[in-house]
Design a protein around this ligand. Structure first.
Ligand code: COA
Length: 148
């Protein structure tokens, strides 16, 4: 993600029902992404016909300084179901598995679409963090080992 891509990525977050439940706005999403860019975050984007259609923000050894961590991941709501999520996840996995034997990420308990998506891609739930980010919402811990 370059500086030029940032408004489109912030718009994907702000338009998505998932982040709306966490109180994310266009301004707060842009601020978080900006801070990430300034701190050297790794944020990859998917482009379809010149438009930003999705993004993934991942951190090498970002979980327990051992596992790769997928921190933020989303596809524009009108572009779901076209394989963009799969492409972004494959990109992040290639980078993370090159360094770590496993990947960890969090999924909201109500986010069934993402849970199904991750399960299809080989992730299993290994735990849960109740009220971790929002009261009344558990963050489910998903885990995947590097395929042999
Ligand atoms: C989870 C998310 C990233 C998936 O992105 P996506 O681009 O829709 O993902 P894909 O298109 O690769 O796969 C989605 C489904 O479409 C189907 N699909 C994939 N490619 C397809 C194609 N070419 N044609 C038709 N269907 C297709 C797959 O079967 C898949 O089903 P599954 O979810 O049961 O596995 C997306 O739903 C999203 O942005 N959700 C909101 C944000 C979010 O939840 N982020 C994760 C937080 S942890």
């Amino acid at each position: 993600m370059t500086q030029d891509d940032l408004p489109a990525v912030a718009a994907i977050m702000a338009r998505n029902a998932l982040w709306q439940r966490y109180g994310v706005t266009l301004a707060s999403a842009a601020q978080r992404l900006q801070r990430g860019l300034e701190n050297g975050a790794t944020i990859a984007v998917a482009e379809v016909e010149g438009q930003i259609a999705g993004f993934v923000w991942y951190v090498v050894e970002g979980a327990f300084q051992r596992s790769g961590y997928i921190m933020l991941f989303g596809v524009a709501p009108d572009a779901h179901g076209q394989g963009i999520g799969r492409a972004l996840l494959s990109h992040a996995e290639a980078a993370l598995f090159a360094v770590s034997p496993s990947i960890i990420l969090l999924v909201s308990d109500f986010n069934r679409e993402a849970q199904r998506f991750y399960q299809r891609h080989g992730y299993t739930q290994v735990g849960a963090l109740p009220d971790y980010v929002r009261p009344g919402v558990s963050e489910l811990i998903y885990f995947k080992s590097r395929p042999v």
